[in-house]
Design a protein around this ligand. Sequence first.
Ligand code: AMP
Length: 214
Amino acid sequence: MRIVLFGPPGVGKGSQAGFLQDRYDATHVSTGIILRTAIRQGTPVGKAAERMVKEGKLVEDRIVRKMAEEAIAHLGFNNFVLDGYPRTIPQAEWLTEFLKDHEAPLHCVISLVAPEEIIVDRLSKRRVDKLTRKNYHLDFKPPPPDIPAERIIQRADDRPEVVLRRLKQYLRDTSPVQEYYRERGLLTEIDGVGAFEEVHGRIREVLEETSALV
Ligand code: AMP
């Protein structure tokens, strides 16, 4: 299956994509994770992107395009869940062309929807274990007490002032991508509010229907 998981930052795309990996044998491809890894490793791409990622601004299209295309090609143009890509109309158009050239069109785009106050809450209370890169939420999924406190950090782009910038940017540049896929009959919107398992169940229902058609 070739899937895009779409939605605002903090809506839960990353956690859901990770769990889909096992059930559908589809690898989670997150441009955000690829970028943060490149930044930690200090690669040329990481150095070029660092300021934009930390400030919650979009990294140049051509940089992320190359990353996404390399990851998809590496997977043989199949069995992937894209998370955080495409985020602009040019990225969406490139992806369509790229997949068309390899006769591997998307099967579906699942858009997770949640009100802004829930998203702000999830992002501002998100914490990361810097060793395992696992995400936690201070209220709903607190870090286990045996993890030393200094290992639990907040992402630079989850600070409140950066969160608001990311949400504005999402509305301006990224939400039009949803219409792009709706017009092409690929979009299914899913309520992203609720416990992880509930949202997961809704996504699986859509994927069961889609995989029956594949
Ligand atoms: P994420 O983990 O998906 O929230 O991404 C973290 C940050 O990486 C974003 O705020 C952007 O700075 C950058 N980024 C990730 N994916 C893209 C993309 N498709 N286009 C531009 N910038 C991106």
